[in-house]
Design a protein around this ligand. Structure first.
Ligand code: NAG
Length: 401
């Protein structure tokens, strides 16, 4: 009898605990509807406004987060829209079509960060800016804001950025919204800055600008960039989301880019198989999944993208993101996003042999990597000029993609 009562009491307690757990998960749902929980490995995808001609719902079907790129701060703290109302409607529909999908709006970006400094440096403008962001999220049921000031140039600007992130966090997070920040490898916001964000999106691509040639998203450089930011001991690994490009760059002429989709189309054409009734995957050389080089363009193939995702998982990171999903080839067994998500959600676990079978173009390795400038290096005028040139080049190139 005593045992029975004990069992019943235990059962009731267990139910209570479960109810509280369910409730706390529910109460975390924000104005966007889907902001939390954070416990699932993130596979996010950026989508710039010039790419919304694709089927956004389809492009989101292998994602946990769709990031709309972008809006920018205006000089008076209001929002300048690059994405249109039609884009926002398409994103809302994608969320409806893919239950659980979070949508996030990106603020800034290369070439779109002109007024960040004036807004972040002024208390009144910061407040106005953050309020407008909140209104935008409420109106369109968006789940978070991704800040992408490219880039603060000195310690004063970094401090202003941290104040902006801190105030955005204080205002938006209680509403169940998510705050992230996009950083280049080598950049840091310090412990204080990282406390004000839920996630850091580390842009681990275009890394060859620092060396003049080679794979712009080389695996060795990718790992090194991750180890560098974690090595500072200020960013918890679960907050780190790392970038995988869906485009390649010419191994020498870095300004030349090709999307993953263009590369796949070229391969199909070269194979001479144009029959529309044959699935794309059957028209391709079976090695296509493990070759990350094509006609001197270096990119991430399915296996190299999966290897990066496996590495992110093994390091306990929060997830990966793709720049940008509009460049993917949305065909079964060909899609890069699908391949990444299969590792992300645990459907596919890579064997050691598979990890080793990715073709790595010769002569590219960690030893050539020169990390970009960090906040500590921002001292000299020469460094600042170099940094500015790099930013302009990056911004211009992104716009050309
Ligand atoms: C994992 O992701 C793949 C690709 O999106 C999907 O086909 C599969 O259904 C997912 N599996 C689970 C268990 O979520």
């Amino acid at each position: 009898m005593a045992l029975k009562v004990h069992t019943i009491v235990c059962g009731i307690l267990l139910l209570l605990v479960l109810a509280v757990l369910v409730q706390s998960k529910r109460s975390k749902k924000g104005v966007g509807g889907n902001a939390l929980p954070h416990d699932k490995f993130v596979v996010a995808g950026y989508l710039p406004e010039y790419r919304f001609y694709i089927d956004v719902s389809e492009a989101s079907s292998h994602l946990t987060d769709l990031i709309l790129f972008s809006i920018a701060p205006e000089h008076d703290g209001s929002l300048q829209y690059f994405i249109s109302e039609d884009n926002l409607r398409a994103a809302r529909k994608a969320k409806h079509d893919n239950p659980g999908l979070r949508t996030i709006v990106s603020v800034g970006g290369g070439g779109r960060s002109k007024y960040f400094n004036s807004v972040a440096s002024d208390g009144h403008l910061r407040q106005k800016f953050v309020n407008e962001l909140l209104d935008l999220c409420v109106k369109w049921r968006i789940d978070g804001v991704d800040f992408d000031w490219e880039s603060p140039m000195n310690q004063h600007q970094i401090s202003a950025y941290i104040r902006l992130l801190h105030e955005a966090h204080a205002k938006l997070v209680p509403k169940g919204l998510l705050i992230s920040v996009a950083l280049h490898p080598g950049q840091t916001l310090g412990k204080e800055g990282f406390l004000s964000v839920d996630r850091v999106h580390l842009m681990t691509y275009d890394m060859s600008f620092q060396k003049g040639s080679g794979h712009h998203a080389d695996y060795g450089n990718f790992k090194q960039a991750i180890q560098q930011i974690l090595g500072q001991g200020q960013l918890p690994p679960e907050k780190l989301i790392v970038g995988i490009p869906a485009y390649g760059r010419h191994e020498k002429k870095l300004a030349q880019v090709k999307s993953y989709s263009e590369i796949v189309d070229e391969k199909v054409k070269e194979a001479g198989m144009v029959d529309v009734d044959v699935p794309v995957v059957e028209k391709l050389d079976p090695n296509f999944i493990s070759r990350n080089q094509h006609n001197q363009f270096l990119f991430d193939c399915q296996l190299s993208a999966q290897r990066k995702t496996s590495y992110a998982k093994s390091m306990g990171l929060g997830g990966v993101f793709i720049w940008e999903v509009g460049q993917d080839k949305f065909e079964p067994k060909v899609s890069l996003t699908e391949a990444v998500m299969m590792v992300g959600n645990g459907t596919r676990v890579m064997t050691k042999a598979e990890l080793a079978s990715v073709y790595d173009p010769a002569g590219i390795g960690e030893q050539q990597y020169r990390p970009p400038l960090t906040a500590h290096d921002l001292g000299s005028a020469k460094d600042r000029r170099r940094k500015k040139r790099e930013e302009q080049k990056r911004g211009k190139m992104h716009m050309e993609l």
